[in-house]
Design a protein around this ligand. Structure first.
Ligand code: SF4
Ligand code: MG
Length: 287
């Protein structure tokens, strides 16, 4: 089987994102990570949600599924259970994953399904022209909140930790080399991995630009953060003035959902499927 290469992963379609959009860097970091991990083309599947990030489906030449808002998640779980030898990566936005997909997000984390989620977090529903999303800050004026958002923002890092996610990290679209490493670490982790990526959106989130983040970001590893300590991770996740980047938490003993299923010990479900199976007869039997 052939591995993903720099040439094979690039589709002939040119990205249509706005100039300066952080999605360019996330796309390049993802492609570089997949190549460096030497993943097999035939066994890697990317699941996309709706949004500017989901348009990446056109720019990667890889097996994929482009779902409705929030529905890339259960589809990804289904694919993993059908063939647990696949590497499954979800690419979604903050509105998609933390809004419509929230219940599925909690299930992914609790079940420790072996799926990596790379979330383009620009704190807006940008494809639909900049409405507030779950991670928009309180008081922000957007097209959907002209007098300022009343709600407090959803905290994806803290929520993933309390939902028992076994790998939780935050990247930043402008920190390209670090982002490649975070994606590689997440994809290599056996179990659910969340890589929340702060993504610049110069069109609909002009205030939270690079100078804004440059003043606030810092590297967790440089601060000697212990990523095996969940309580320390939860404390770091509560910071609002500063923006920590890197791996908040990783359970190195993590055992993914499918590893608990004796049905999958010898073969994946697709390998157990016989072409001779009469599906109509099977359905009638259980009706
Ligand atoms: Fe990127 Fe924002 Fe433009 Fe969408 S609207 S392509 S997120 S800059
Ligand atoms: Mg968004």
């Amino acid at each position: 089987m052939s591995c993903i290469t720099n040439k094979s992963i690039k589709s002939p379609i040119t990205p249509t994102w706005c100039p300066g959009c952080g999605d360019f860097m996330i796309l390049n970091a993802l492609q570089k990570a997949l190549v460096e991990l030497e993943l097999e083309e035939a066994n890697t599947v990317l699941f996309y949600g709706i949004g500017c990030s989901g348009n990446m489906a056109d720019f990667n030449r890889a097996y994929g599924f482009h779902g409705l808002h929030g529905r890339a998640l259960p589809s990804a779980i289904g694919a993993k259970l059908a063939n647990h030898k696949l590497k499954i990566i979800i690419i979604a936005g903050d509105g998609d994953f933390y809004g419509e997909g929230l219940n599925h997000f909690i299930s992914l984390a609790r079940g420790n399904h072996d799926v990596t989620a790379i979330i383009h977090n620009n704190s807006r529903y940008s494809l639909t022209t900049g409405q507030s999303s779950p991670t928009t800050k309180k008081g922000t004026k957007t097209k959907s909140t002209p007098t300022g958002l009343v709600e407090k923002p959803f905290n994806p890092i803290a929520s993933a930790l309390v939902a028992e996610a076994s790998f939780v990290a935050r990247g930043y679209s402008t920190k390209f080399l670090e982002l490649i490493q975070l994606i590689k670490a997440g994809v290599s982790h056996p179990g659910f991995s969340l890589v929340d990526v702060i993504q610049l959106c110069p069109t609909f989130n002009k205030k939270e630009n690079h100078p804004f983040f440059a003043e606030r970001i810092y590297d967790l590893a440089a601060e000697k953060h212990d990523a095996s300590n969940k309580m320390a991770a939860i404390t770091k996740a509560q910071e609002t003035e500063k923006v920590p980047l890197g791996i908040f938490y990783q359970d190195k003993e993590s055992m993914p959902y499918h590893a608990h299923l004796s049905q999958l010990e010898k073969k994946s479900l697709v390998d157990q499927w016989s072409a001779k199976t009469n599906i109509k007869k099977a359905i009638r039997k259980f009706r």
